[in-house]
Ligand binder design. Structure first.
Ligand SMILES: [Zn+2]
Ligand SMILES: [Zn+2]
Length: 237
């Protein structure tokens, strides 16, 4: 009889202890699986944000193309050359030519996305050579471009740029001056205005034939490495 009791208690104890070990094994397997899957999940989310950004700029391009057609080729004004105190970003000037400006004006990887969304601004910056007049090398009419596929229209704003209307364009001519070229400071100037590494070491550039070029930061560094200020890749072609 006492033997039977001992067996009984062993049988009662054994399954409980076994389940605990099993649980720990399962928990650690799940932990390992999560550890393996997390980078993949994060990478696919980053890829989705990158795709969203490229799609945004493509829609910006389509709208701007229609705006130019409706205005005899003229590019939209930026905050720089608007007369009076009515200040709106160029993105709102072309807004009537798109379905929803709010859906496409912000890059999901812009650190100031919420602020720029709030302030009626955009994550995309217009090339001032297409809007600021008078300026040497400026071409403010789409019809006057000879190589629209090589003419830069917009790029991604640097995270550190304040969410203010003045930053709806930047003075790209200031990137390449005699001084910045001589001192090899061009890339530094570009990076102060443009987020050239935003999407895994790349960023998006919109061209005047309305294609979007995903461009690695190393390529921008090559563009920055010039001998003369007039070798500025932002000068319309
Ligand atoms: Zn300006
Ligand atoms: Zn982006």
């Amino acid at each position: 009889m006492p033997l039977n009791l001992e067996r009984l208690s062993l049988e009662r104890r054994r399954p409980a202890a076994f389940t605990l070990v099993e649980l720990l094994v399962v928990v650690s397997i799940i932990a390992v699986l999560i550890g393996l899957l997390l980078p993949a999940v994060q990478a696919s989310r980053a890829a989705a944000r990158r795709t969203q950004c490229a799609s945004n700029l493509r829609q910006v391009g389509l709208a701007m193309g229609q705006f130019c057609n409706a205005h005899r080729g003229q590019f939209p004004d930026t905050s720089h050359n608007q007369a009076g105190d009515v200040e709106q970003s160029w993105i709102y000037t072309i807004a009537p030519f798109m379905e929803s400006v709010d859906a496409i004006r912000i890059c999901p990887d812009d650190l100031k996305a919420a602020d720029r969304l709030d302030q009626k601004l955009t994550s995309y910056v217009m090339n001032a050579y297409l809007t600021d007049e008078p300026r040497s090398f400026a071409v403010t009419n789409h019809n006057k471009l000879r190589e629209s596929s090589k003419t830069l229209v917009a790029f991604e704003i640097a995270d550190q740029k304040a969410p203010i209307i003045e930053n709806d364009h930047v003075h790209n001519h200031a990137w390449f001056t005699s001084l910045t070229v001589a001192r090899k400071q061009v890339l530094q100037k570009i990076e102060a205005d443009a987020a050239i590494e935003r999407h895994a070491g790349s960023s998006h550039f919109l061209y005047a034939d309305w294609h979007v070029g995903p461009t690695p930061a190393v390529t921008v560094a090559e563009w920055a490495d010039t001998q003369t200020p007039t070798d500025n890749f932002c000068i319309p072609k």
